[in-house]
Write a protein that binds this ligand. Structure first.
Ligand SMILES: Nc1ncnc2c1ncn2[C@@H]1O[C@H](COP(=O)(O)OP(=O)(O)OP(=O)(O)O)[C@@H](O)[C@H]1O
Ligand SMILES: [Mg+2]
Length: 498
């Protein structure tokens, strides 16, 4: 469509204690990819939720294709031509892939019959985008990334004239993100407009036409992507530049914290490595390579078929995570919201639960100590909250992630496992988290970072192990490693597979 597809005037949203959107005005040009960026808690998801009527606005007007737009439900917004991929996954674990894809499609609006050719299109998109996901598989058995792929397919296949995506590539590998970008370029040709939210700034430069920066519920500015570079965009986002890069560290290779020998699970084949005290070790590989499986096995969440794990020289086998915690191993899981948070509870117990001994004596909790400990993490990780009694479920996506990280840091572990630690976290906060990880290591903890983001691995890790196909295929020191090297090594192995 030529001209503006969306004209938003004075859009506002107040939650108790927070003005999440402050009279936001924005126009979106038809046939463009319009990116939205900003710090965690800036108001991006709220903006989307109001556009699609997942939440009610407090004020303002929206014109969609020149007409006043006031849907009463997400379904109605969808029928009017706006399809949305929300930041939180909305798949139903109990249903199969196919059932999830068709969910909600049977319905009709005002008696208009559903079009079978639309379903055909759905299958085609799935086949092109993710040929390796079987239709009959129960979604609960899929990985986080595969679930995200299903949501993408569903949103794209809806054939809306405006497609909104809130962090679609968070869990995707480089290659899959590339496929998504191709898909989006194709949509543009078919006159579909896309609003795209992401913390991965490379995404914006790969597919964006325009970029709008949110800060504290307001719009800081909009630029053409062609006219702006990465440092300028970061400055707009957080008001300062950040130093991204590896800080060389001295690691004493004498003391071994964790020693893993010939570890085998259903997915892993003879994984062996050593983690020294004070070391930050990185596991890099594409999605599905087996990184999360290594984290899970070390933490006692997966059945170990063979091999041994030694912690501080003593053999261990973790049957349940509490075993790990008691022995000083802590995990930041990949699926944080499902595995790491109690959404109904305030932030305070969500953090302090990981280390009851720290805040209680003889079983009695010292409230003051507890509050002080939690407030320290709120400050250090710049968690955006009205206070430590705010319910975890009402925090922005990135801030929920930070709470899980705070919880794991609070455990005072000697071995810290972090699966995709900065997924969904803004550039500024990411550097702060990296700083905290470096501090922990400097105090003697061993840290393992599992990441499919090569930049994060290169910025943070002293030593890097490359993972493909459930095994370690190569070891590099930070000085030997480069982005090309990492990508080359892990994709090479993929290609060798039949
Ligand atoms: N249901 C709610 N109740 C109270 N406050 C809320 C609720 N939902 C969101 N907020 C607040 O609104 C603000 C904006 O949140 P929003 O989710 O829009 O941020 P975001 O820009 O999407 O951040 P992220 O990058 O972390 O996803 C935050 O301060 C958040 O705590
Ligand atoms: Mg969000």
């Amino acid at each position: 469509m030529n001209g503006d597809i969306l004209d938003i005037r004075g859009l506002g949203k107040k939650y108790p204690g927070v003005e999440a959107l402050k009279e936001v005005s924005l126009t979106i040009r038809g046939d463009s990819v319009h990116c939205v960026v900003g710090e965690n808690g800036a108001g991006k998801s709220t903006f989307i939720k109001i556009l699609t009527r997942a939440e009610e606005r407090t004020g303002g007007t929206i014109l969609f294709k020149g007409r006043e737009f006031r849907p009463r439900s997400i379904r109605e917004a969808m029928n009017l031509g706006i399809s949305t991929l929300f930041q939180e996954l909305n798949v139903v674990d109990q249903l199969t892939v196919e059932q999830n894809l068709l969910l909600g499609r049977e319905d009709t609006l005002l008696g208009v019959i559903r079009r079978p050719d639309r379903n055909r299109r759905l299958y085609q998109i799935l086949k092109d985008f993710a040929p390796d996901i079987p239709l009959h598989r129960r979604v609960g058995e899929l990985s986080f990334a595969e679930k995200q792929v299903i949501e993408i397919v569903k949103a794209v296949a809806a054939e809306a004239s405006l497609l909104i995506m809130d962090e679609p590539t968070a869990a995707l590998s480089q290659k899959e993100a590339g496929r998504l970008f191709e898909l989006i370029r194709g949509l543009k040709q078919q006159h579909i407009t896309v609003i795209y939210i992401s913390h991965i700034l490379d995404d914006i430069f790969a597919i964006g036409d325009y970029v709008t920066v949110f800060r504290d519920g307001a719009i800081i500015g909009t630029a053409r992507v062609a006219d702006i570079d990465r440092p300028a965009l970061i400055r707009m986002m957080i008001g300062k530049t950040v130093a991204e890069g590896y800080v060389p560290r001295k690691v004493d290779r004498q003391e071994v914290g964790l020693e893993v020998e010939g570890l085998c699970t259903a997915k892993l084949r003879e994984v062996s490595f050593r983690l020294h005290r004070g070391e930050i070790l990185g596991f890099y590989g594409l999605r599905g390579a087996g990184k999360s499986e290594i984290a899970q096995a070390l933490y006692g969440l997966d059945k170990i078929l063979a091999g041994s794990i030694r912690l501080g020289g003593r053999p261990v086998r973790f049957a349940i995570p509490r075993d790990g915690l008691r022995r000083g191993v802590s995990l930041v899981p990949e699926e944080r919201l499902a595995e790491g948070l109690i959404l109904k509870l305030p932030l305070r117990p969500n953090v302090s639960i990981s280390n009851p001994g720290k805040i209680s004596r003889l079983g009695v909790v010292n409230g003051r100590r507890e509050r002080a400990a939690v407030e320290r993490y709120v400050r250090e990780l710049s968690i955006k909250v009205t206070g430590i009694e705010q319910r975890a479920g009402t925090l922005s996506g990135g801030n929920q992630q930070k709470v899980v990280i705070a919880k794991c840091l609070n455990a005072d572990a000697t071995v810290l496992l972090m699966d995709e630690p900065s997924r969904g976290i803004d550039v500024g906060a990411k550097e702060e988290i990296h700083g905290l990880i470096r501090d922990l290591a400097a105090q003697g903890a061993g840290v393992i970072i599992f990441s499919s983001e090569y930049q994060e691995i290169l910025n943070l890790c002293d030593r890097i192990l490359l993972v493909a196909d459930g095994r370690i295929i190569k070891e590099l020191s930070n000085s030997e490693a480069s982005a090309e090297e990492l990508l080359h090594a892990v994709t090479q192995t993929k290609r060798l597979k039949p």
